[in-house]
Write a protein that binds this ligand. Sequence first.
Ligand code: NAP
Length: 258
Amino acid sequence: MPSYNRVALVTGANKGIGFAITRDLCRKFPGDVVLTARDEARGRAAVQQLQAEGLSPRFHQLDIDNPQSICALRDFLRKEYGGLDVLVNNAGIGTWPKNKPPGKRDFFKEPQPGRVVNVSSLISLEALKNCSPELRQKFRSETITEEELVGLMNKFVEDAKEGVHEKEGWPNSAYAVSKIGVTVLSRIYARKLNEERRGDKILLNACCPGWVRTDMAGPKATKSPEEGAETPVYLALLTPDAEGPHGQFVQDKKVEQW
Ligand code: NAP
């Protein structure tokens, strides 16, 4: 088997928290770091900014909502690196196109102690408390499947369109519900890894970066982007012998009860 460089990749990395995560990984990760952005010009400008600081990220285009873009990235990673070592899903979680086998698991090298960090938000935990008891029980379930979760997310969209989402037990925020989706999907994927690839020691977690001064949160937020990057980078760089955290929701480097 050819020997490849290790590689870490960050989505939505041209600005904000994703950019700060990429900068910190360039300093600390023992391998290549790939900065991805949906817009090539914005992504390359971000790479140049880091190069001016003496860092050496690579660039690859990625729009997490575009299946062709996801496939092109997968092919690049397999060719150049044999797969991924560290993935920080900062922009959200892309959906692997169902008609494009062999699928998402092929992103990761086998066997490697890979790390996956899904940037969610504390708002998911707060919104969970504002769900009806029935929904809360579903979102906390240890057996919920990806298909059931997608069904629930689609139901929220339909309920919101009809203006009945609060009557149906949902919190009154699409962003908060989307972050419930990110946290619960992380728990589902971590469970799947336990079932299907336990020997590979991949650790996958969701986290909150805190309230961070970015274009999204505005200037009044309490943390700088560098401070917001701390927990995602901590999870991305868990040492090869680490047993956890895995399948958890992490804030300020501490596991929170879901
Ligand atoms: P931001 O400054 O608005 O940056 C968002 C990044 O995501 C941008 O690079 C954007 O690219 C990219 N993006 C959006 N849609 C994309 C797509 N389809 N494919 C690829 N990239 C895409 O936001 P941020 O505050 O850094 O947020 C980063 C993450 O932290 C988000 O998941 C957010 O929900 C989470 N978070 C933030 C806070 C906070 O206080 N800031 C708190 C909790 C959680 P463009 O430049 O092309 O738009």
